[in-house]
Design a protein around this ligand. Structure first.
Ligand code: BDR
Ligand code: CA
Length: 316
């Protein structure tokens, strides 16, 4: 018997890996996306919004509403990741404009109103700097408790960073926002899937990349082509045996929590400045304050890739 689709709200700075996460949520049959909210991060928010609309259209779901959110981090200028995902965030392959347009309502309004209307029903998945969530939390301190669960692609629990020696991009880009979230979080409600999981359990090896290309459906071809820039960057910078898929593996955990092999609960704070900007400060001492986050540490790689390949193989 198949499970009912999971009602989702997705917050994204849509670049090439967010796009694949949106395909998983929209086309696997496991997600029921009620809203997509966008925020500045990988690319400026207007570009990320365009990319979200294109991704949903590729999944055959142009009907899903997309809401534009914050234009920049809480206290700083935006430092985008266009050197990673391409100027357009989607590998600069000349994707045509989407058919749909975003909604008029601001993303933060939607993040506040939807979980109030459907208490305990919605799962929030964040794939971006946490600016929209922090902005909503400043207005509603109980916000996180109104969701069924909150999954965030955020941080690097082993302190091996992708944007600095010890920090992961989403937390580094808006560390003040990440701190607002960690200070409001409880481990029964908030789970972080960090870059440590991505670089160990979600790397698209050359064989995986060939498989994606060979599948040849519109979704598989899209997922392959938009990730060419990130593949070059991963080869040159991260030293991985391929490119990693941080947002898709976080989405996979939300859709299929059984994929998690290892997790821990810990008290986490965030460094905001200097050399350690965006670094997770994890207190594992016996005397630590009570845990505020659940940290996923390992995921079933084969199970994740099966979900990915099966989803994009559908003709869409
Ligand atoms: C995160 O930063 C972005 O580059 C990706 O989309 C992902 O959300 C990984 O650090
Ligand atoms: Ca992202």
């Amino acid at each position: 018997m198949s499970m009912p689709a999971l009602p989702l709200v997705i917050d994204t700075d849509t670049g090439s890996d967010d796009a694949v996460a949106l395909l998983l949520a929209a086309a696997s049959g496991m997600g029921d996306i009620r809203a997509v909210t966008t925020v500045a991060g990988n690319v400026p928010v207007e570009t990320g919004t365009r990319n979200a609309l294109i991704s949903l259209q590729t999944a055959g779901r142009s009907d899903i509403p997309v809401y534009v959110g914050c234009q920049r981090p809480m206290t700083r200028a935006l430092s985008s990741a266009q050197h990673v995902h391409g100027q357009d965030g989607m590998g600069d392959i000349g994707l045509p404009d989407p058919l749909a347009t975003p909604q008029e309502v601001h993303a933060v309004e939607v993040l506040l109103s939807l979980p109030r209307r459907h208490p305990g029903e919605l799962t929030l998945v964040t794939l971006a700097p946490l600016t929209n969530i922090a902005a909503a939390l400043l207005r509603d301190p109980l916000l996180l408790s109104r969701f069924r669960h909150v999954y965030c692609m955020a941080g690097a629990a082993d302190l091996a960073g992708n944007v600095s020696p010890t920090a992961e991009f989403n937390v580094w880009a808006d560390p003040e926002a990440a701190r607002v979230v960690t200070q409001a979080a409880t481990p029964d409600k908030v789970t972080w899937i960090g870059w440590d999981v991505s670089r160990r359990d979600a790397v698209m090896t050359p064989a995986d990349q060939r498989r994606l290309k060979q599948i040849g459906t519109p979704m598989a071809t899209f997922a392959h082509r938009i990730n060419r820039t990130v593949a070059d960057w991963a080869r040159d910078v991260t030293g991985l045996a391929g490119y990693d898929l941080p947002d898709p593996v976080a989405m996979a955990v939300a859709l299929m929590p059984g994929l998690v092999i290892e997790r821990e609960q810990a008290y986490v704070d965030i460094a905001t400045d200097g050399l350690t900007r965006g670094q997770m400060v994890i207190d594992r001492r016996v005397t630590a304050p009570p845990p505020n986050l659940t940290l996923v540490r390992r995921v079933d790689e084969a199970g994740f890739k099966e979900l990915l390949f099966d989803t994009v193989a559908a003709s869409g």
